[in-house]
Design a protein around this ligand. Structure first.
Ligand SMILES: [Zn+2]
Length: 183
């Protein structure tokens, strides 16, 4: 009774607390001996009402001779990394722990190249792999910025560097276009 074996979309574990002897039982122990049917009297004796109903409602298919583990996220019941990833993402988004309030979709609606939106999103979610963040994650690396070697490379430094880069880009572009028109 340690596995989530009940059917349905809700909680698949047999709810606890249960009488102590239940914890050592397997599903097969709830079947009649030498006959593929639930031992209803035994089940009623061991479990509470709603659990009894759920167990008895579980169909016992006579053509199935042996139980096996299947991956229900795929039609062919075989595990794939893709469906495993999708399931993990659904679990993460469902849990409040990883939910951050805000209109995050607005970032993706911005009229900017996708890589810029992605950079902004990572910056806002605190997952840009700056040297300071890498060091916090126990990566053995220098903290100083590899571009200017002047300050530590954290989020704020990256933002400052980006602003500087945009400033230069705009000014160099306007200089080039101005000199292009005057010559
Ligand atoms: Zn720098």
């Amino acid at each position: 009774m340690y596995d989530p074996w009940l059917r349905g979309n809700g909680d698949r574990w047999v709810s606890s607390p249960q009488v102590e002897c239940v914890y050592d039982l397997f599903v097969k122990d709830l079947l009649l001996e030498n006959y593929k049917a639930w031992d209803i009297a035994k089940i009623r004796n061991l479990f509470i009402g709603p659990v009894v109903k759920e167990i008895i409602a579980t169909p016992l298919i006579s053509s199935v001779k042996e139980d096996k583990v299947v991956w229900e996220e795929e039609r062919n019941r075989c595990y794939s990394v893709k469906s495993g990833y999708n399931l993990a993402m659904r679990c993460i988004f469902r849990s409040d722990k990883h939910h951050v309030e805000g209109n995050w979709n607005d970032i993706w609606k911005a009229q900017s190249p996708h890589k810029t939106c992605h950079l902004l999103w990572r910056l806002c979610r605190g997952c840009l792999p700056t040297r300071v963040r890498l060091a916090q994650r126990y990566v053995d690396c220098e903290l100083s910025c590899p571009v200017c070697d002047d300050e530590v490379e954290d989020d704020i430094h990256v933002v400052g560097f980006l602003k500087l880069a945009i400033f230069y880009k705009n000014n160099i572009q306007s200089d080039v276009s101005t000199s292009g028109t005057t010559s």
